[in-house]
Design a protein around this ligand. Structure first.
Ligand SMILES: [Zn+2]
Ligand SMILES: [Zn+2]
Length: 453
């Protein structure tokens, strides 16, 4: 029955930058695909009609191109199933998951296991990212062709940079043969040492060993040079410094095929938060300074920054609940990113909503060469419905994620997710959003993959 479902979302405001749509429109869906977008589409018998709540915005599904789902190997932190549940609750119809699992996703067996878990969960799409090097040990290239054939959409040793420049060059050359980007975690380890916080005034006052901005900027600059000389696409993960944004801007101005992402936490928080040594502010790259936030925002506004990605990094309470020095790096973000961006970027006047859709949907789809990023006729109906004025109070105890390590607990934000559809199926309806009942009813009607025959 599921593939015969026909549905129309009526009365919403559609934002689809690829097709130049930014206004009131209905979206008709059949067999899991978009079949029409326009004003006052005809309602045919048997169609499920969903009235989009007043002021609701219908967007191509958001894609988080940088998340850690922890399976296999660290299922006490997160699983693929809990990760995708968090993703759809946060408005993401797809997530790319980093390969630093146990074992590392450096061969097809791990890639297929992640895909199987994702299919069983049947919520968000999951795009595995393979490792650049075997075991992420920075020594020997992984079987990049095998990873690509198994379905990996990019390669990365994230958590670590590819330190060796020759190896990075080879990785770029091989990956580009398969039309895959290399995603690099920019950090010169010889300079970063055993730092735990941004090297600056605040870290010095608090006695926290420094992670200098230069450690990020040096590898970012190296990667831009290597991308330029190979012609291969490189994507720089979670940039956090104004200097790194300058490096990307300069590369782009010379035609280098470099792209980059920033996280919601680096756009909104500075190292002033470290007073109190709360480990929910410990991540790598670290929270920087106000001038860095300004630099990142400049990049978001002028197009230097291509994507917003969460770097969702779940950790167990017992692991984070130790002294600052000993705690693991990383914070979660899947269930807060959209609200933080709506409040702090769109409502704050930095960017229009259409630009946010580019950052969260159009550009990640294009960089990863995956479907999505558009509501064009014929594409899979992966759709994020926003409630831009919804009052959201971040309540970590209500997260679908297994983890609670968020820096945004208790924040009151304007804007949230009303519903999430993947392949034309309502996979999430927000009970807090006005008029979400129509989405909830549609969700109840459609059989889930595990119950469908
Ligand atoms: Zn990283
Ligand atoms: Zn990461």
């Amino acid at each position: 029955m599921g593939d015969e479902t026909r549905m129309v979302l009526t009365g919403g405001h559609v934002v689809d930058p690829v097709n130049g749509v930014n206004g009131p429109a209905d979206v008709a869906i059949a067999d899991g695909r978009v079949v029409a977008v326009g004003r006052d589409l005809p309602i045919e018998p048997g169609m499920t009609v969903i009235e989009v709540p007043r002021h609701g915005v219908v967007c191509p599904g958001f894609i988080d191109m940088h998340a850690h789902l922890r399976e296999p190997g660290e299922e006490h932190k997160e699983t693929v199933a809990t990760g995708v549940a968090a993703a759809v609750a946060g408005g993401f119809t797809a997530v790319a998951c980093m390969p630093n699992t146990i074992p590392v996703n450096d061969h097809a067996g791990v890639t297929r296991l992640i895909q199987r878990k994702a299919a069983e969960a049947g919520l968000a799409r999951v795009y595995p990212v393979g490792a650049v090097t075997k075991g992420r040990d920075g020594e020997q290239l992984a079987e990049i062709g095998e990873l690509h054939a198994a379905g990996c959409v990019a390669i990365s040793d994230d958590g670590r940079p590819v330190a060796n420049a020759l190896l990075m060059r080879r990785a770029l050359e091989y990956a580009s043969m398969f039309d895959m980007p290399v995603v690099d975690h920019c950090e010169d380890r010889s300079l970063a040492g055993d730092g735990v916080a941004h090297e600056g005034y605040q870290g010095t006052v608090l006695g926290l060993r420094g992670l200098p901005a230069a450690a990020e900027e040096m590898i970012a600059a190296r990667d831009v040079v290597l991308s330029g000389c190979t012609g291969a696409p490189v994507h720089l993960a979670h940039l956090s410094t104004r200097g790194a944004v300058r490096v990307v801007r300069d590369g782009k101005s010379r035609g280098v095929s470099v792209t980059c992402e920033v996280t919601p936490h680096h756009l909104t928080l500075t190292d002033d938060r470290l007073v109190g040594y709360d480990t929910n502010y410990k991540m790598n790259p670290p929270l920087r300074e106000a001038a860095d936030i300004e630099g990142l925002l400049d990049g978001v506004r002028d197009g230097t920054v291509d994507c917003i990605a969460t770097d969702h990094a779940p950790h167990h309470y017992d692991e984070k609940g130790v002294e600052f020095d000993g705690a693991p790096f990383g914070v979660i973000g899947l269930e807060t990113a959209v609200s933080v961006c709506l409040d702090r970027l769109v409502h704050a006047g930095h960017i229009p909503l259409v630009r946010l859709v580019e950052l969260l949907s159009v550009n990640p789809a294009s960089i990863l060469r995956v479907s999505g990023g558009t509501l064009g006729v014929g594409v899979p109906a992966d759709i994020t419905v926003l409630a831009p004025d919804l009052a959201v109070t971040v309540d970590p105890s209500a997260f679908r994620s297994l983890a609670r390590n968020t820096p945004f607990g208790g924040w009151v934000l304007r804007g949230g997710v009303a519903a999430t559809l993947v392949g034309g199926r309502v996979v999430y309806a927000n009970a807090q959003a006005d008029g979400a009942g129509a989405f909830a009813n549609a969700m109840a009607q459609v059989p889930t993959p595990s119950t469908a025959s």
